[in-house]
Design a protein around this ligand. Structure first.
Ligand SMILES: *[C@@H]1O[C@H](CO)[C@@H](O)[C@H](O)[C@H]1NC(C)=O
Length: 237
């Protein structure tokens, strides 16, 4: 009797595994302005940053968010978000070969942007924390390619070192290009404490089966970090 009960329970548990609901609500593509990312004191970058990284937006990550606009928990082998284990980060170089060049250009590790080995470590971190529980747990190429394809299709929104804008003007500028409301993230120069435009984040709906992430939508919140409202003045270092 005990055996049958154990069997029934194991059977029910095994039935439940593929039913783990995927709590992805939408994706947030985070594009960083390197001189801001490098001057807040959180990261030590080459100074000055090698061109073109002193004047272009680079990819920070593309993050699956839940309905409350929180990032999903990272992959946990004890409570896997997906029935098939995702590929390990050490296989990324091989799996990402078709877009390796573009990844190095658009998704550099700003601490060492010209070092492909450093860049691979950054991608490995993004895969572990944000990719493995995305809609592409077994297909890192599609996950990374989604972000690269979007970035390649975007301008730098006319951002120029030395410019000063209100956070509201940045929103207007970006939404004029993408026809959706972005989220603006700001930080501060560690020495002068001036508010800087740090990241422009764009939000996307979940992909169709087999497809890439590509359907832009409004982000749930407009401002985060050191900018709180449309009136804040932000510098572009
Ligand atoms: C902070 O701003 C000053 C003045 O613009 C600049 O010289 C300095 O390099 C910035 N700090 C860092 C850590 O980049």
């Amino acid at each position: 009797m005990g055996h049958i009960l154990t069997f029934v329970i194991l059977f029910l548990v095994s039935m439940m595994v593929p039913c783990i609901s995927n709590p992805v609500s939408f994706y947030k593509l985070s594009l960083q302005w390197p001189p801001s990312a490098c001057s807040s004191g959180k990261m030590k970058c080459p100074n000055p940053l090698p061109p073109p990284y002193n004047q272009m937006l680079t990819i920070h990550g593309i993050w699956p968010q839940d309905v409350n606009d929180e990032p999903l928990d990272p992959y946990d082998p004890l409570h896997p978000c997906t029935p098939v284990p995702p590929p390990d980060r050490k296989n990324l170089r091989t799996l990402l070969k078709p877009i390796y060049q573009q990844l190095n250009t658009y998704w550099p590790d700003l601490k060492n942007p010209l070092d492909t080995f450093a860049n691979e470590i950054f991608w490995g971190h993004e895969w572990d924390f944000h990719g493995k529980c995305s809609d592409y747990p077994t297909d890192p190429l599609k996950y990374f390619d989604s972000a690269v394809k979007i970035r390649v299709g975007l301008p730098d929104f006319g951002l120029k070192s030395g410019d000063k804008k209100t956070a509201g003007q940045v929103i207007t500028l970006v939404s004029g290009f993408v026809h959706a409301t972005p989220e603006i993230a700001c930080n501060r120069n560690i020495t002068t404490r001036v508010i800087q435009l740090w990241e422009i984040r764009l939000c996307y709906g979940r992909p169709s089966p087999q497809g890439l992430i590509q359907h832009i939508r409004d982000c749930p919140s407009k401002f985060t970090g050191s900018c709180k409202n449309a009136q804040n003045t932000v510098t572009i270092p």
